[in-house]
Design a binder for this molecule. Structure first.
Ligand SMILES: Cc1cc2nc3c(=O)[nH]c(=O)nc-3n(C[C@H](O)[C@H](O)[C@H](O)COP(=O)(O)OP(=O)(O)OC[C@H]3O[C@@H](n4cnc5c(N)ncnc54)[C@H](O)[C@@H]3O)c2cc1C
Length: 414
């Protein structure tokens, strides 16, 4: 077996599998490693929207994804703490993807990660030069201060080393690559904690994802996302800082929300299919350093989750596209120094920065209960405003207005 690679991808979730797919398109020799064996679960809301759809389309995988068990999403419903709801029809505008430049119908999917990640990994496996499941990366190799490989244990328990000019950390929130390069940081102000629980028999599930800003976890939210055969992905999440300050127990909060109006009616016949399970979301309300000598961090390892919506898959796929672009250029130039790889971080923030800054502001505004109540109540009664919000989600209209105080002042008098 030829053990020479251009890059080593640590982690085969959405970021890692997509990296392998883009690397193959550029003719790069990639070693793809994951400690798990697929299919494996990942605690998530399971929703795929605009950016993910655009990247899947670019990789010719959208039709394959459409065939997977799950639900098609045609609308987003927002609920305010007072219980008012607005349904935003996604078909009102096409999604303009800011990275790929594609304009596609705005639709989304909810697909269990056990299914979606396996699909993506199976697509990546034959395209990677070599792929090892059940391989736990335990340490990084370095030479002269530059990362040049990984050391870990294969599924037979044998210690092994692999070398390459580039190591790409796609290994999730607890990234070993981030830890070993001292870039890992758990900052409760930029960290969300969330619980997921699959249910059956939740009533009134529709072709929509529902985000309800509930008092129990403000500025976080409670979600109900439809899945196949009348099942649903139900969950609740909150900024870690707020969780600690208010002493919130997420399990109790979830139970409290589904036991009270307006949700109690919908959960009267519902049955949980598992114990609620928690996970961490490093959110991009701050720009972290995500590159160094011989390595780059992607997806959750880079802390790229949207601070307002909690979506991280689309940004993970964006990071894969941009990291491979930089990797190809670095390898061609024979320069995998931090100075060269900085362009990955710069391009990523060029592509995502404006949106992430707006999401950070929205997350902060979400603390103000009266504001949330007003915006959602007004949008529920005003189709033009609902249409405007849809246009902003679709990038058809600038989202910036949402962070302008004048926007809210105007709303008051609408
Ligand atoms: C409760 C919750 C709800 C969410 N809802 C949504 C949603 O609805 N939509 C959305 O877009 N995003 C959502 N997110 C965020 C989303 O789940 C993540 O952003 C996404 O999984 C990031 O993908 P990734 O590939 O970077 O990391 P991961 O999906 O975590 O994949 C990392 C991979 O690395 C492997 N790995 C880890 N350590 C090692 C090691 N040492 N050696 C080898 N392999 C290793 C793991 O086995 C895993 O396969 C949610 C997150 C949570 C917690």
């Amino acid at each position: 077996m030829d053990d020479s690679y251009d890059l080593i991808i640590v982690g085969g979730g959405p970021a890692g599998a997509t990296t392998a797919l883009y690397a193959a398109r550029r003719g790069l020799k990639a070693l793809l490693l994951d400690k798990a064996r697929f299919p494996r679960d990942k605690i998530c809301g399971d929703a795929l929207s605009g950016k993910s759809v655009s990247i899947l389309h670019e990789l010719d995988l959208l039709e394959g994804v459409r065939q997977l068990p799950g639900a098609l999403v045609r609308a987003v419903t927002f609920g305010n703490p007072a219980g008012a709801e607005v349904r935003i029809e996604l078909s009102r505008h096409d999604h303009r993807d800011l990275l790929t430049g594609k304009v596609l119908p705005m639709e989304g999917f909810v697909i269990r990660r056990q299914v979606f990640d396996r699909f993506l990994f199976e697509e990546a496996r034959p395209r990677a030069t070599r792929c090892l499941e059940g391989f736990v990366v335990k340490d990084l190799l370095s030479e002269g201060g530059r990362i040049c490989g990984v050391r870990g244990q294969d599924r037979e328990g044998v210690e092994r080393e692999f070398r390459a000019p580039l190591v790409l950390g796609c290994d999730g929130f607890n990234s070993i690559v981030a830890r070993k390069t001292r870039l890992y940081e758990h900052d409760p102000r930029h960290w969300v904690v969330a619980l997921r629980c699959y249910y059956e028999n939740v009533s009134d599930l529709k072709d929509q994802i529902e985000l309800h800003f509930v008092d129990e976890v403000l500025p976080g939210y409670f979600w109900v996302f439809p899945l196949e055969n009348g099942t649903a992905n139900v969950g609740i999440g909150m900024l870690h800082e707020g969780l600690k300050e208010r002493g919130v127990d997420l399990r109790q909060a979830l139970q409290a929300v589904i036991s009270r109006p307006p949700f109690a009616r919908r959960f009267a016949q519902a049955r949980p299919l598992e114990e609620p399970a928690g996970w961490n979301l490093p959110v991009a309300s701050k720009q972290r350093r995500i590159h160094g000598e011989g390595f780059m961090l992607l997806g959750d390892a880079a802390g790229l989750i949207d601070p307002f919506t909690g979506e991280g898959i689309g940004n993970a796929l964006y990071s894969a596209r941009l990291a491979v672009e930089t990797a190809a250029a670095a390898l061609k130039a024979g320069d995998t120094s931090a100075a060269f790889l900085r362009r990955y971080e710069e391009r990523l923030w060029e592509a995502l920065g404006a949106e992430l800054r707006i999401s950070t502001r929205l997350q902060q505004l979400g603390r103000y209960r009266p504001l949330l109540n007003m915006v959602i109540r007004k949008a529920a009664r005003d189709p033009q405003l609902a249409d405007l919000i849809c246009g902003m989600i679709a990038n058809a209209f600038p989202k910036k207005a949402l962070t302008n105080p004048l926007f809210y002042l105007k709303l008051l008098f609408r």
